[in-house]
Design a protein around this ligand. Sequence first.
Ligand SMILES: Cc1ncc(COP(=O)(O)O)c(C=O)c1O
Length: 414
Amino acid sequence: MSNEKEFWNEETLKPLVSNRSAIMGGTAWAAYAPDPRKLISFAGGIPDVPSLPNNLILDATERALKNNRTESLQYGGTLGPIALRTALAERSVQTEQFEVRSEHVIITGGAAQGIGLVCDTLLNPGDVVLVETPTFPGTIRTLKSYGVELIPIEMDSEGVKLAAIEDALTALEKKGKKPKFLYCIPTHQNPTGKTLSLERRKQLLTLCSEHQLLILEDDPYGEIWFEEPPPSLFSLSEGGTIRVLTFSKIVATGLRLGWTLAPPDLISRMAALRYDMGSSVFLGNIAAELIRSNQLENHIKNLRGIYSRKLTKLEEALELYCGEHVRWERPAGGFFLWLELLKGLTAEAVVTAANEEAVIVGNGNNFNVTPSDSNATEHIRIAFSYVPIEEIEEGIHRLGDAMKRILAEKGKGS
Ligand SMILES: Cc1ncc(COP(=O)(O)O)c(C=O)c1O
């Protein structure tokens, strides 16, 4: 074969790559690029840094190696480490209303791989998927790579709108089509922070069961609550839906460890499709030790306090510095506050002006499922999880200044 430069370039790769690779393009997703300025970042759904549980992980690692040395350092199969599957199933007695068995569990490289595996197992090019909008851009990206048609489903103040699902199903039926599943984040949603009420959850499950519409429930933030949320759709449907979970937000994103709950036959299908020889048994056994020692429960309780205090600080600062320009509803948990912009402020203008003040916030339009999703109002997403609590007031002060500057410049122009 010819030398690297001649062969490996964009032009020569084009006819070689798969359809999925062609859709995704050539730029790899990576964590945020460093910025030399002293930024205050409300950008990413990233956990609080000081509370990352180094010591708990060190202790659990020692126990995993002492108690289970051979198993921890060998292949474990594509369903994932049995010790963790069993520990998660046992934990469900406290955390779920439905008794999960280890056959309901597959261990994955974070929620992201769980979603990818569900898509690998269920989707063909040309399929249709219903997606609540706005939503997590990582999933939009994943779904698009399968060459499927995405139908945005609007949300109201409570979450995904049932009438919008019905309308979409009727319109699709007329074309002889049926969606493969509905993707939603019913608890402390990313980006809106909304949580679907118990009543709406039950109605959603009834609607989906009438139409035999499968639900893919993405739930990375459910355990980070300030007011306890209703049971998951998976619990309420007694295991009839798919639920994707992760250790990213309750332990550490760097573990790249998560799990998916689904009917056992579907779990087997997902495991059968895997070519990565399964998730790390070493990491899985560490997580199992964390669960078994009860240290995880205490850590999560501690996190709830940390994030709730950050949210309170954020709300106080918003009242003080941005009050008349914005509106929001306090989320009952999670990492995100969805800030509605008033008085003609656009997300684009606020993101740009805030950036000039060295404050990073998320443009709400980036969470739309399709560029043409109708936005009656403009929003920015404020992630309050990562920013140190003592920097929140300063960050929001700068955001308020940015808004005032935009409005003053607008005033001059008119
Ligand atoms: C809604 C949602 N789903 C999935 C993920 C992916 O999480 P993980 O790190 O577990 O892959 C994220 C990460 O931010 C998320 O917000």
